[in-house]
Ligand binder design. Structure first.
Ligand code: SF4
Length: 261
């Protein structure tokens, strides 16, 4: 895991000039992404805790009573750069406004609570050796960005796992769902003839008259001339009322006799 240097007071160490800390609630979450290396340049420079406040004026650092403490501040800065070089640290999160750790702003050097643009002694030294230095607010923004990127990465990993599991799982045949379909029941054939094939006693020809005869039905005459004429009129002859053959068709057979009174 990558190491980063962090102001010890941000991690909760009681090393400020008042003997307190500047603990930032989010720094513990940074542990998930980095190995945190706490460092207090003023303590490492040999200054006691608590101590009199100091401010940068020009290229030196003074206490309110005018005491020059530049040497201790330079020593702290030197130790910070040595640690970063030794551990290969390329990123630091430092406490804003401090004469050692300030990143963008420091007090103006006159002890009147006025902040000016500038950087602390240690921050300046770290930047000189190429270490990227963030203040506590920028550190928080970095953490939020890391969390966002991690969430995206986790989601992608989860999707990849699901896709792999789906590939590995045996494929189920899709069931044909036809809830509207109800097959009709198959009824046995009840016709008089078989629709196909032959069976004993069945000729296979469509001769329904003969079939009926075999069963004892009365055979129906095929021509009207086969039975005696029973029509009206004065014809008294026997047999057919009209002669057979094309030549005599329409002529009465036999002789017409006048009716007797
Ligand atoms: Fe915190 Fe830096 Fe001041 Fe030490 S020197 S107390 S680490 S701001």
């Amino acid at each position: 895991m990558e190491k980063i240097l962090i102001s010890a007071c941000l991690l909760g160490e009681k090393c400020t000039y008042k003997g307190g800390d500047n603990k930032a609630s989010y720094v513990e979450e940074l542990n998930q992404y980095f190995d945190l290396v706490p460092f207090c340049p003023e303590v490492e420079g040999g200054l006691p805790t608590p101590r009199a406040p100091s401010e940068i004026r020009g290229s030196s650092v003074y206490r309110e009573d005018g005491t020059d403490v530049t040497k201790a501040f330079n020593l702290g800065a030197y130790k910070a750069t040595s640690i970063c070089s030794f551990l290969g640290i390329r990123l630091a999160i430092m406490k804003e406004n401090s004469p050692s750790c300030g990143v963008h702003k420091v007090h103006n050097g006159y002890f009147n609570d006025v902040l000016v643009s500038g950087e602390g002694m240690t921050t300046r030294a770290l930047k000189k050796i190429g270490v990227q230095v963030l203040n506590e607010e920028e550190g928080l923004a970095m953490l939020e960005e890391l969390k966002k990127q991690n969430a995206i990465k986790d989601e992608k990993t989860e999707r990849a796992k699901e896709a792999e599991a789906a590939k590995a799982a045996p494929k189920e045949e899709p069931k044909e769902e036809r809830p509207h379909f109800k097959p009709r029941p198959i009824r046995p054939y009840q016709g008089k003839t078989r629709p196909f094939g032959k069976k004993e006693g069945f000729s296979g020809k469509r001769n329904y008259g003969e079939k009926r005869d075999e069963e004892g039905d009365e055979k129906k005459p095929r021509f009207h001339g086969d039975k005696p004429f029973e029509g009206k009129g004065n014809f008294k002859g026997k047999g057919k009322p009209f002669a057979k053959g094309a030549k005599n068709r329409g002529k009465p057979r036999g002789r017409l006799k006048p009716d007797k009174d």
